[in-house]
Design a binder for this molecule. Structure first.
Ligand code: CP
Ligand code: NVA
Length: 320
């Protein structure tokens, strides 16, 4: 079994192959082609937190690939009706792959432990690997000459995440290390990405260029990408009032964009709190690629599912 719990589960070449496959499938779709690469395969979506993008993009993508999907909500009793061992081994009798969104990362790790079915993390408190794949697909499109993803435009780019050192920031720091993108987190003191995670990236990818700073204006001076996410993630609602105060100087707004080069694009994983971490003006502005980025959730996950379940098709059809 191959699991994707964090991007540490992939080799750099896997990431490049997934992104190349995503590009290929996106191009085919634009030409009106939806190859049934995964006909007869079934994906389960096991979610214990709300979702628009992750759920709909996985389901729509699997449909386009000729496979089927099942949404598994509360009623299947994950963690409630039976042991994780029984639960996951039974799922493995029916499904080819499970996408999990859980409150704690440990719960997804536990599901994968029995190797009964491929497990893909659809967001935990620790990481959001599928989001990072879509984000980098977007960056590789934004800076390419023809709007199609080009992996060669990535090395040396500067991605600046302004906000909380959360699940999304961690995943972006890691994928940046993998693909030789410079990564800077600009956050309030005390909200950095934990040092063990940063150290692990640096050890695994010695060329990684990672920084954590507290001045957002300085950080964006040579940014190619300005990225933000909510100040209060799912599960942190009790801290919301405090976070609103602490993060106030870190809003992505017109003044911050004015400090960045005009080429800088703005990304946000969504859902956004307009007027909090980002202004409506910036979300809807000319430098924003946020809707393209959301659309790329589907394209990158089609690449991921195909890489995982139909590797021979990828070998025969995708130039990476
Ligand atoms: N970005 C993201 O994961 O969105 P959802 O929470 O709607 O899935
Ligand atoms: N950091 C956010 C991302 C939502 C897609 C959260 O975990 O709620």
């Amino acid at each position: 079994m191959r699991h994707l719990l964090t991007l540490f589960d992939l080799y750099a070449d896997d990431v490049r192959t997934i992104l190349g496959t995503s590009r290929h499938l996106k191009q085919l779709l634009q030409q009106g082609q939806r190859p049934s690469v995964l006909a007869g395969h079934t994906m389960g979506l096991l979610f214990e937190k709300p979702s628009l993008r992750t759920r709909v993009s996985f389901e729509a993508g699997m449909n386009q690939l000729g496979g089927g999907s099942l949404f598994l909500g509360d009623d299947v009793g994950w963690g409630k009706r039976e042991s994780p061992a029984d639960f996951t081994r039974v799922l493995g009798q029916f499904l080819d792959v499970v996408i999990c969104r859980a409150k704690s990362h440990q719960k997804v790790t536990e599901l994968a432990r029995y190797n009964a079915v491929h497990v893909i993390n659809g967001l935990t408190d620790l990481s959001h690997p599928c989001q990072a794949l879509a984000d980098i697909l977007t960056v590789g499109e934004v800076f390419s000459s023809d709007g199609m993803f080009d992996v060669n435009v990535l090395p040396g780019r500067h991605l600046v995440f302004v906000g909380d050192g959360n699940n999304v920031a961690r995943s972006l720091a890691l994928i940046s290390g993998i693909l030789e993108i410079r990564f800077t987190l600009a956050c309030p003191p005390g909200y950095e990405i934990d040092q063990p995670w940063m150290d692990r990236i640096q050890q695994t990818y010695p060329h990684a260029q990672l920084a954590q700073v507290h001045d957002p204006v300085e950080a964006v001076r040579d940014a190619d990408v300005i990225y933000t996410d909510v100040w209060t993630s799912m599960g942190q609602e009790a801290e919301q009032a405090e976070r609103r105060k602490v993060f106030a100087p870190y809003q992505v707004n017109a003044a911050l964009l004015a400090a960045a080069p005009p080429r800088a694009c703005v990304l946000h994983c969504l859902p956004a709190v307009r007027g909090e971490e980002i202004t409506a003006e910036v979300i809807d502005g000319t430098q924003s690629r946020i809707i393209q980025q959301a659309g790329n959730r589907m394209h990158s996950q089609k690449g991921l599912l195909t890489w995982l379940l139909a590797p021979e098709w990828v070998q025969q059809n995708v130039r990476t």
